[in-house]
Design a protein around this ligand. Sequence first.
Ligand code: PMP
Ligand code: GLN
Length: 387
Amino acid sequence: MTKPFHDMPFKSKLPNTPASIFSRMSALAQEHQAINLSQGFPDFDTDPKLIEAVTKYMNEGFNQYAPMPGHISLREQISFKYDKFYGINVNPADEITITAGGTQGLFTVISAVVEKGDEVIIFEPAYDSYKPAIELMGAVVVPVRLMAPDFKIDWEYVRSLVNSKTKLIIINNPNNPTGRVFSVDDIQQLEYIVSAHNIVVLSDEVYEHMVYDVHKHISVLSSEILRSRSFVVCSFGKLLHTTGWKLGYVIAPAFFTIEFRKVHQFNVFSVNAPMQLAIASYLDDIDYYYSLPKFFQEKKDFLLHALKDSRFNVLPTQGTYFMLLDYSNISEEQELDFAERLTIEHKLAMIPVSAFYTHGDNQQLLRICFAKKLQTLTAAVDILKFI
Ligand code: PMP
Ligand code: GLN
């Protein structure tokens, strides 16, 4: 008799990978009807003009496969932005590929670059998709733990981790969840390390347009040394408040883009056609980029000010739409326990920062997402002030 499949020996390729903390906390929030400031997505509407543009392209018949690297109008729009904002020349033909969100971009870069036995340096707290993608390639994750309150990178230590097996360094700037942005010195230190060794850089810049106060986003593309060996990953979900559309892009030098596209064409081939065209036409309005930091800065400042009277200690956010709250004055509970209790008892969901560390380092920190309506943030503050 043939055995049912579940009785067959099967070795999981990711044995220690549970459902993501974002799915877990969002589900808990829903179950307990809590305000959800956990998973990073806006609760306000997408601009109706953008939605109308998608409908227009669908009605006009743009409903079949887009070109494998993405619609050229969108790639040209991206190239225009880099020129306009940073004075950086990116060739739309052979240096930009449109992806199904940042996550697919990250996964495809890692698949194209990393081989069995390679070592990949990541900085923790780290976005959750890096580690499993590296492990699936049979490579080894080498985490650099950065700790609160400033999460400063000890570059001397990073240098000490580099060896002949180091293939890739992944950075996330601006950083989710710490809200920290790279300084000129960080960029120079990275240049110094990678140019002394044959190391590729993967720079996750999905929050590039959410940078506040005196801080500035420095893309790795602005450094000659880094540009020649880097992949940059971006997300339209973050830029346009459309996380559910799952669109993004990857920029890399032509020789890297060839390798990227070899993998891309067999894991998605191409991505949503009418939305690409709609985004390309929507971004003709360059003012949109300028309005974004101001839009989020108001939300950040509102929270910062409103939480002054609370028992939480707010850590400074330089970029992203996340803020860290230190609750050490309130409780000694572990972060996950505290986050779950707040969701169930106080009806407010946030993310335990320990989930972003390989070893679950507990620093009594929760991540709050402020990409929310003022009304939602006000309701959240009314809860936080009494905890
Ligand atoms: N990188 C970081 C740091 C993120 O926070 C996210 C999620 N927003 C992504 C990548 C993935 O972006 P996307 O939703 O476009 O897949
Ligand atoms: N990037 C989002 C966050 O950090 C979550 C995306 C996801 O759920 N995969 O909250």
